[in-house]
Write a protein that binds this ligand. Structure first.
Ligand SMILES: [Zn+2]
Length: 125
């Protein structure tokens, strides 16, 4: 099952609502520690932490791999959404060409469209 346009919009809204700025990881204050923090490039505008970088996840809870995954989501999710939308626009173009020059590919085109436009269950056949 692929994502519906509404599901993509919901994901996009959650990404936009999160603390702005690129997110990155930093080692906690003890160099030998296992954990990492997730920090935003966004600086806090209100006291008492005005001017400091926004902390997404403080030290003591995230492994290095989990922190890197969370930090990358802030940049990766909008990029994935943009790429998915571009792929779906390309499908629109391909649909027109296939319909004009290769009408026998309708079945394949229907499957591609169902998958890329979202909401289709591939096991439904
Ligand atoms: Zn630590």
């Amino acid at each position: 099952m692929s994502l519906t346009p509404e599901q993509i919009l919901d994901i996009e809204k959650r990404a936009e609502a999160a603390t702005p700025g690129n997110w990155r990881t930093e080692e906690c204050h003890s160099p030998a520690c296992w954990c990492r923090m997730v920090i935003s490039d966004h600086r806090i505008t209100e006291p008492p932490f005005k001017g400091e970088f926004a902390t997404i996840a403080p030290s003591g809870s995230l492994t290095k791999d989990d922190a890197e995954f969370i930090a990358s989501c802030k940049q990766d999710i909008p990029a994935l959404i943009a790429d998915l939308r571009a792929a779906r626009e390309l499908l629109d173009e391909a649909e027109g060409v296939i319909a004009q020059y290769a009408p026998g590919f309708d079945v394949l085109l229907d499957k591609l469209e169902a998958f890329l436009r979202g909401g289709a269950d591939e096991t439904a056949e």
